[in-house]
Write a protein that binds this ligand. Structure first.
Ligand code: FAD
Ligand code: A2P
Length: 267
């Protein structure tokens, strides 16, 4: 006769250690890190909560913290009727989430050939993998210049990224490495801001090069990582290819790599 198993904790449970709400659509949170979890800055994992039917409800999330951090950080959308985020947005310190410790992804340094400049191109929560890579020492060891472009509709949606970038210079581990290598270029498209316009338009028109005093991209010196909506990723790819850059992968390092920030409706 088999005995009923003792009531267990959530499988792969991790404890929430901090939560910060940035807007009514965006929040970030930190959780404990499984001791066995090794990942490369820029990768994503599956996280979630236990569903009503007793099955885990999991979604892909970029790890927003760097590989050396003792905890894990995530930067999340709040989709009002989203199966996961309609609940996840209410987590509090001490709550448990599920985290499957199998990191994967293409936004990793290994997927790019050596270069002089690295461009991080993002919209919305597509900033998350770059929150990891901007705090990764390898980023500054490998490149002379790091350009972070992030576009949102409104100014408040840039706050998480701006706060993180501003904290870098005082970071005891990488502050000195960052030095003046990092150029931050946030823009909005639907609210007045000192720099405006889509990433795509600012690349195509050459405005970002003029504003930052950089030459146009070329395949010898420039590398790029892209993370945004599918439409954004498709449009950026065309522009990068027009500059002569070629898409790479973990198994075939080239000049740029792309990851979806989310899977859109009907896609
Ligand atoms: P879902 O049913 O998953 O989504 C409902 C709808 O909401 C989607 O069809 C889409 O239109 C919209 N939507 C979903 N996610 C977003 C988003 N991030 N921004 C704008 N609109 C969105 N989400 C994050 O918030 N942070 C991350 O770091 C992150 N990393 C991801 C990495 C990968 C590789 C992929 C594929 C997705 C990632 N996502 C991320 C999206 C995430 O997996 C979920 O879709 C999101 O958490 C919403 O879950 P949900 O169950 O509430 O709604
Ligand atoms: P826009 O306001 O001109 O649509 P969203 O909130 O819809 O995910 O968009 C986030 C940001 O990405 C917005 O600033 C939006 O600009 C921009 N964006 C959306 N689609 C594209 C695209 N295909 N190419 C470049 N930028 C885009």
């Amino acid at each position: 006769m088999t005995q009923a198993a003792p009531k267990a904790h959530l499988p792969d449970a991790q404890t929430v250690t901090a939560v910060r709400h940035w807007t009514d659509r965006l929040f970030s949170f930190r959780v404990t890190r499984p001791q066995s979890l090794r990942f490369r800055s820029g990768e994503f994992v599956m996280i979630g909560l236990m569903g009503d039917t007793g099955k885990p409800l999991l979604r892909a999330y970029s790890i927003a913290s760097p590989a050396w951090d003792e905890e894990l950080e995530f930067y999340s959308i709040k989709v009002p009727d989203g199966p996961l985020t309609s609940r996840l947005q209410h987590i509090k310190v001490g709550d448990e989430i599920i985290l499957r410790p199998k990191p994967v992804g293409t936004l990793v340094h290994d997927a790019l050939l050596p270069g002089k400049r690295i461009w991080f191109l993002s919209t919305g929560t597509g900033f998350a993998p770059f929150a990891s890579l901007l705090r990764e020492p390898e980023t500054y060891e490998k490149y002379d210049q790091v350009i972070m472009m992030h576009t949102c509709r409104e100014v408040a949606e840039l706050d998480y990224g701006r706060t993180l970038v501003e904290s870098l210079k005082d970071d005891p581990l990488i502050g000195e490495m960052v030095g003046d290598k990092l150029k931050y270029y946030p823009t909005t498209t639907r609210e007045a801001f000192h720099h405006m316009g889509r990433v795509t338009d600012n690349l195509s028109s050459g405005k970002v090069f003029a504003d930052l005093g950089l030459p146009p991209m070329d395949p010898v010196h420039d590398r790029a990582m892209v993370c945004g909506s599918l439409a954004f990723n498709v449009d950026v790819k065309v522009i990068l290819e027009a500059f002569g850059l070629v898409e790479g992968a973990n198994s075939d390092p080239r000049q740029f790599v792309i990851e979806k920030a989310f899977v859109g409706d009907g896609i």
